[in-house]
Design a protein around this ligand. Structure first.
Ligand SMILES: CC(C)=CCC/C(C)=C/CC/C(C)=C/CC/C(C)=C/COP(=O)(O)OP(=O)(O)O
Ligand SMILES: O=P(O)(O)OC[C@@H](O)CO
Ligand SMILES: [Mg+2]
Length: 230
């Protein structure tokens, strides 16, 4: 899945049409900083007319955009937040003020934020000093206690530790494991797709463009094909 940040530009000469049709299985639109409702709406509109599944991932209640053509809403809760407002507080405010929530299409993500230098970690004051057993335990708490269908190992901005991601995968029974952070080529995508169910590619589309993203799609798909044939 490709995460498009509405606060970042595409590379010169590329359009949202190129982005949506680059081979990714799905698009999600979101980012931690600088995302307004207007920027979210513009990118969602540009991506909505294609057949590729489209998800909105809000980073606060002010940038949830409801529109035809959106297949679902992916709403984070940060399991290792130091400021626990990011665990259920902002979600409570959202539910209190938003009358349009489409629960049938809303899926929640139990985030484990693992790069201390990322905007998400700073905002949520996440405790990123975690070993594989800690991360596995957070994943299990997310699934078993909090009922999360998606657990998200989030290394936004840097390539993570495959051992940590493998530990999270081992700890989950049915929940889907998302991995995101620093995926930049065939090899990095292939490595993380060995462990995670879904690999998220973010900044690469803004920094290198769609051909580089297409390479990561190949890497992830080959890892999945190898797992199926094992
Ligand atoms: C209640 C609602 C609607 C939303 C709450 C959402 C929460 C808990 C947000 C906390 C921060 C978070 C997990 C955001 C999700 C998206 C994300 C991590 C995007 C990647 O952001 P970065 O790459 O760190 O930052 P930039 O946007 O600056 O690149
Ligand atoms: O931008 P990158 O480092 O690819 O991270 C992707 C995504 O997990 C960010 O939420
Ligand atoms: Mg980012």
């Amino acid at each position: 899945m490709l995460k498009v940040d509405p606060d970042k530009d595409l590379v010169d000469g590329e359009t949202y049409a190129d982005v949506v049709t680059c081979g990714t299985d799905a698009i999600e639109v979101g980012g931690t900083t600088g995302v307004t409702e207007e920027k979210m709406a513009d990118v969602v509109e540009a991506c909505a007319e294609y057949d590729v599944p489209l998800y909105v991932e809000p980073s606060n209640p002010a940038n949830v955009v409801y529109r035809g053509g959106v297949d679902g809403y992916l709403v984070p809760a940060v399991l290792n937040a130091g400021d626990i407002a990011w665990l259920t507080g902002v979600q409570k405010e959202w539910v209190r003020i938003d009358d349009d929530i489409d629960w049938d299409h809303t899926f929640t993500e139990g985030y484990i934020v693992l790069n201390p230098d990322s905007a998400a970690a700073k905002l949520t004051q996440s405790d990123c000093d975690l070993d594989p057993a800690d991360v596995a335990a957070y994943a299990e708490v997310g699934e078993r206690m909090l009922g999360q269908e998606i657990v998200y190992a989030e290394y936004s901005g840097t390539f993570g530790d495959p051992e940590v991601v493998a530990a999270a995968a081992d700890a989950l029974a049915e929940a889907t494991l998302f991995y995101g952070g620093g995926i930049h080529d065939y090899e990095s995508a292939n490595t993380m797709a060995d462990h995670a169910d879904t690999v998220i590619v973010g900044d690469l589309v803004h920094e290198e463009g769609v051909d580089a993203v297409a390479e990561t799609v190949e890497g992830a798909k080959d890892a999945k094909a190898a797992t199926v044939s094992e």
